[in-house]
Ligand binder design. Sequence first.
Ligand SMILES: CC(C)(COP(=O)(O)OP(=O)(O)OC[C@H]1O[C@@H](n2cnc3c(N)ncnc32)[C@H](O)[C@@H]1OP(=O)(O)O)[C@@H](O)C(=O)NCCC(=O)NCCS
Length: 148
Amino acid sequence: MLTLNIIPLNKGHIPAIYEIERESFRSPWTLEAFLAELHNPASLSFVAVVEDEVAGYIIAWEFEHSIHIGNLAVKKYYRRKGIATRLIKKILKIAEEKHHTFVSLEVRRSNLPAIRLYEKMGFKLDRVIKRYYSDNFEDALIYKYSIT
Ligand SMILES: CC(C)(COP(=O)(O)OP(=O)(O)OC[C@H]1O[C@@H](n2cnc3c(N)ncnc32)[C@H](O)[C@@H]1OP(=O)(O)O)[C@@H](O)C(=O)NCCC(=O)NCCS
């Protein structure tokens, strides 16, 4: 059993999450994009910390009636240990406490690990956006978790 803490993102975490981002995505966010989240009042951003090591992160944005998850990744070494599940549960809890209507996210059609994760957690496929991703024109699947 991992001793895992979910804590708000701060500037000191950025180098570690940038490294995880680059090992996780074909078109990674830039360092500037992560830094901008620190000053975005709509940002709900958390890191998962094991001992003193950043093992994963989630970046979400709060709107009037909903939350959208914009980024989520777990360091390869720490995958399949329930860390992404814990990060998503943190966002779902906030959504429930603040009486939001739903939590949404988009995922590449080919990203089966993430799709399995979201479906296991109760997200439902809402719609498909054809050729959404500009790097390879892959479809985006939009998933929603209804709070009410
Ligand atoms: C997708 C990702 C965030 C999952 O993180 P994780 O911490 O390993 O996920 P969890 O351990 O919480 O997994 C929970 C469940 O999701 C499913 N799942 C996760 N990874 C899977 C994989 N590689 N293959 C199949 N199912 C998988 C399983 O049902 C798993 O439950 P189980 O381990 O009891 O079978 C991680 O693989 C990752 O960082 N991938 C690269 C970045 C990415 O794709 N982010 C999502 C963008 S939309």
